[in-house]
Each structure stands twice: as structure tokens, then as C-alpha cells.
Design a protein around this ligand. Sequence first.
Ligand SMILES: Cc1cc2nc3c(=O)[nH]c(=O)nc-3n(C[C@H](O)[C@H](O)[C@H](O)COP(=O)(O)OP(=O)(O)OC[C@H]3O[C@@H](n4cnc5c(N)ncnc54)[C@H](O)[C@@H]3O)c2cc1C
Length: 401
Amino acid sequence: MRRYDTDIEVAVVGAGPAGSSAAETAARLGAKVVLIERKREMGTPVQCGGFLPEVSELEALLPRAVIPEAAAEIPEKYVLARTRVQRIFSPSGDAKEFSVRGRVVDRRSFDRHLAWRAARAGAEVLVDTRADLSGGSLHLSGGRSGTVEAQAIIGADGPSSATARGANLARRQEAGVCIEYEMAAVNIDPGAAEMYFGTKAAPGGYAWIIPLGEDVANVGVGTRPAYLHGRRIHDILDSFIADHRIAKDKLRGGKVTAVMRGVVPAGGMPPAIQRGNVLLAGDAAGMVMATSGGGIPLAMVGGALAGEVAARAVSGDGSLTDYTLRIAEAMGRELKNSVRIREVVDRTLRSDRLMDGLFAMLPADQMKATMRGQIPKALERAQDIIKKRSTTPSGSGEGSD
Ligand SMILES: Cc1cc2nc3c(=O)[nH]c(=O)nc-3n(C[C@H](O)[C@H](O)[C@H](O)COP(=O)(O)OP(=O)(O)OC[C@H]3O[C@@H](n4cnc5c(N)ncnc54)[C@H](O)[C@@H]3O)c2cc1C
């Protein structure tokens, strides 16, 4: 095991979309940066559907943020499929769709591409090396051992962030648990990203079909432990594929070529994302749209901002304490709204009848605004109706799929 004991300006833990974006930005601004990743091969195993809206959609999703170049312009070779619509299915099988131009990236090569960009900008990269924060220093283990003393440490180490724990920034929050199959030989609409709601298909969440090509797709379910009632998430996905009244015709005969599991933070950002010389970005900071579980764009925006604030602070131009405000300006409103919307929708997720009612009330354009974390008037009206219905005895009770 080779030792790596160094004093550095900016140390970034985790080379996912947040960490590589942070390292690239900080290095471009002239900081001395190290990017530390515990995996031997970045991007593998994949724990993601790979869906990323086109830049015009990202600008509408986060109108106050600067979309990093790496999220705006993705080389064609990393894009497996392009979608034109998002289609949502109610528990009873009604469909509504709205236009969302999106790209489905191959996360294995996309994550490596982002790390290459950071390396080209001048960041040093350590792979196969775990970093643990304690006593203000990063302690390395795995491929490299040693200690890193940094003026700024960016924790971009995902939903179970050790950096957040080491800096006393972690908080207990409800997380979504996801399982996903890559399936070949399926009969899908290659231009549509689909979401399916219902207490049987996806209790407490939704199931999805994301195209990876003409007849290949990521098919998954995201749910939350409180909604499982002893059911295994694996069985829920198998039953969605075999039995769902609409999805089964698309997925019948498909072959599973990969299985992916992962956790998604569902409760928004913790009360603090900066303490002392530590900044958190991406999943480590809860930067995920609670309405969809989508986190790649927010991780890249948050990571780039963390890198910028860190590089400026170490060169004496600003302070690490600027970070919280910069993030609040860029995505605070959208993140807060998405948690509020999820809390409203949560009340309907235990009952297919209520979910069908909410679905009927929202026109497609308002559904799109809801997914983007903008609270449309219709959802506020729906909230009152749901409150009334869920307090009457006939308003509860699970429907069937
Ligand atoms: C099944 C599933 C499907 C999803 N689908 C989508 C989707 O279609 N679109 C979308 O936008 N989002 C999706 N997401 C969410 C998305 O994957 C995350 O929001 C995104 O990856 C967050 O990026 P990140 O860089 O913050 O964290 P990560 O991508 O988790 O990267 C963190 C990195 O840190 C490394 N690391 C962890 N601890 C340490 C340590 N101690 N030392 C060194 N390295 C460490 C990890 O190995 C990892 O490489 C999905 C999530 C799941 C689970």
C-alpha cells in the first residue's frame, strides 16, 4: 500500500457527478486539488437510471442556477437514448404525458468522463482509496494510506456520506430504496420515460421504465421502508414486470442483464451543508428532487458551486461560509418545494383511490410543474380535497393495481 501524506488546498471525497464537477471547477480556478474515490473503477457498479434532462429543461428546472458545461454538453458517445416525453400512469392505468426532452447517459462511462475532465483541469486523482474524515483530516485506506490535510474538504461521497458524519453534518432522514433491472429484448416506447404509480406497483414511490435503446431499458422501483409492510422490494419489481396491466405487455419476454440497487435521499437538504472547512455536495447534501429522485443535475450544479467557493476561499477571495447562500440561491426554492409536494403526494400514496383522484385533478402541464418542484395552484387545491377525503372513512383503504 503506497502512502499519500500531503497538504493540499482542496480535497474532494467521492468521484460521482458532484465530486468530479467540484474537482474540475476548483482546479480550473487554479486550486491544488485531489479527488479521492473508493471504487477501483469509477461509475461501476452503476446505481442509477441515467436519465438527465436536456439543457433547456435543466434551465427551466433550476432557473437561478448556472448549469455546468459538463451537464449541458454531453458527448454523443455517452448518450444511450433520447426521450421526447415523460408519461405518467395512474394506479387505474390512465396515462398523461408532457414533453421532456431528455438524455439517458451510460453512467459507467459518464462518471469516468467527468473524472477525466477533472484530471485534465489539473486535479490529482486517487482511485481504490477510501477517505474518512476525523479530527479535521482525511484518513486514507485501501489502495493508498496516509493523511490529507486540506484547507477545504468537499464531501461528495453519496447518500451515506462518511464526510457528513465526520463533520457532524449528517442527519437521520427517510430515504428511498431502489432496485432496478437493465432489461434487453423489451417492447418499449424508446422515446418515453415512464412512471407508474399504485400501491401494488410501487408502494410509497413509483416504478419506472427508462429507455436505453430501441429494445433495452432500465426498469425499476423506488419505495420507502415504511410502505413495504414486510414485502421485499425485489418481489415488488418482479410483480410489476409480470403482472402490471400495462407494463407487462412491454416487458414480457425481456431478459435481465444487470441488477442495480441504491438509496436516494428523500427529505431535502440537512439544516447545515457547511461546517468549518467542510462543504457537502450532491446526494451527501440531500440535493435530490424529492418528487422524482433525480439527482444527477443537482449534484453537478452543487458540486460545481462547492468547487468554486472552495477555490475562491483558498485564494483569499471570499469565504467557505458563502456556500450555503450560493446553494440556497441556485436550488433552495426548488428543493424545498419538491419536499413539500412529496409530503402532499405522500398522503395519497397509501390509497389508489386518492391517487387516482389527484391524477384526474392535475392537467399534464401542471403535472410537469409539480415534477419540477414548482407548486401549481391545482396541487394546493388538491391538498385541501385530499385532507377532507382522507378524514372520511371511505377515503382510506388501498385500491388494487
Ligand atoms: C436506482 C437509482 C436510479 C436513479 N436514477 C436516476 C436518474 O435516472 N436520474 C437522476 O438524475 N438521478 C437518478 N438517481 C440518483 C442519482 O444516481 C444520484 O442523485 C447521483 O448519483 C448523485 O451524485 P453524487 O455525486 O452526489 O453521488 P454518487 O453518484 O453516489 O457518487 C458518490 C461517490 O463517492 C464514492 N464514495 C463514497 N464514500 C466514499 C469514501 N468514504 N471515500 C471515497 N469515495 C467514496 C462512491 O464510491 C461514489 O463513487 C438514481 C438513484 C438510484 C439509486
